[in-house]
Write a protein that binds this ligand. Structure first.
Ligand code: ASP
Length: 353
């Protein structure tokens, strides 16, 4: 795999991206596409790397005839329910006040309808609430207290989503944040390795997209967002066109990583538009990452060599079944399930660590 330096990126930024060398590849897996003569299409589900169980479950549901949106939501519910995954739902890392605030969005290809919630507290499955916003309101996005009241009205059970593990991580962040407050740094002896690992404010999310044999597509993105965020901060995940987007005639795209960079470039919508204009999922995703790099000029977001100091990934699925994961930084992987089984594949990357 090659590393694309910022210098090289800038020198090629104006050039057509189609035909650029493969930056990384997924070895060994064919990408069967739709067969025009028989009308058959490959059933396929893709997600972020933390979604292997999600893609497996969604694939089984789609092949059993379930709507792809129901299938991908059931898939990500597994991760939302998992207290060990600190990026989503129950056990997600909290905001700076120690409160878990969740964002999620769903989009249904055949109807082009979408629903989303942001800054939702106390409900472990925001993706289910997002689907109800889509189905049972005339709105697309509900936030905060309004989203919570809507969930309550639909019988969702409220619970404290802050697990002991997530609280420990948050507490350590708070205790070590500043020398100008009254929180004392705990002695190393009480520092759990699990906690130390999270000191660098990790991000995390699950995006999952699926297509059935009729070529109908849907997708979902759900997250606890940026850890220790300012309360009320909303990332890219629940914003249609940023955290996810599907056009049933073209394809879908969803994201994980630095939400602010995605919001400033409306990346998922833009990637689907590039696919509409003929780009492959991989080329479209890489081109969008290049745009993000070109628009990243603030010094605080750049490394010494000029490359971005943050991560951003996209998961793309085309109407004909082609798919890709792309990442600002590699090595990186994503999850796929189709007739070849469930596995991780390598993302195409812009920069290699
Ligand atoms: N994109 C999410 C956000 O900015 C976080 C992540 O994917 O890690 O809220």
């Amino acid at each position: 795999m090659s590393t694309l330096s910022r210098r090289r990126f800038l020198s090629t930024a104006g050039a057509a991206v189609v035909g650029l060398p493969l930056l990384s590849k997924s070895e060994g897996y064919a990408q069967p596409v739709s067969d025009a003569s028989t009308g058959t299409r490959p059933v396929r589900v893709v997600s972020s790397a933390n979604g292997q169980e999600a893609t497996r479950t969604a694939y089984e549901m789609i092949t059993a005839g379930r709507d792809p949106l129901d299938a991908v939501i059931a898939g990500v519910n597994i991760v939302e329910d998992d207290p060990e995954d600190t990026s989503v739902g129950l056990g997600g890392l909290p905001n700076e006040d120690g409160v878990v605030e969740l964002d999620a969005a769903v989009m249904h290809g055949p109807t082009h309808r979408a629903g989303a919630v942001a800054s939702l507290q106390n409900i472990r499955n925001p993706s289910k609430v997002a689907k109800l916003v889509m189905e049972q309101t005339d709105h697309v996005l509900l936030v905060g207290e309004g989203a919570l009241r809507f969930a309550r009205a639909h019988g969702f059970t409220e619970e404290d989503l802050l697990t002991a593990k997530a609280r420990g991580i948050w507490l350590y962040w708070k205790q070590t944040l500043s020398e100008r407050d009254d929180w004392l740094t705990p002695p190393d002896s009480v520092l759990d390795a699990d906690v130390a690992e999270f000191f660098n404010r990790p991000t995390g999310t699950i995006h999952c997209a699926g297509i059935n044999s009729a070529g109908d597509m849907s997708c979902v993105t759900t997250t606890s967002g940026l850890s220790f965020k300012i309360p009320g901060r909303v990332g890219d995940s629940p914003i249609i066109g940023a955290g996810l987007y599907v056009d049933n005639a073209i394809g879908s795209c969803g994201s994980t990583g630095r939400g602010e960079a995605n919001l400033q470039n409306l990346c998922s919508f833009a990637a689907v538009e590039l696919m509409r204009n003929g780009m492959s999922p991989k080329d479209a995703g890489i081109e969008i990452l290049r745009r993000v790099v070109a628009h990243t000029t603030e010094k605080r977001l750049l490394r010494d060599d000029g490359s971005p100091n943050f991560g951003l990934k996209f998961y793309l699925l085309a109407k004909d079944g082609r798919y890709a994961g792309v990442s600002m930084w590699g090595p990186a992987r994503y999850s796929v399930t189709d007739e070849q089984g469930t596995r991780h594949e390598d993302c195409a990357v812009l920069y290699e660590r």
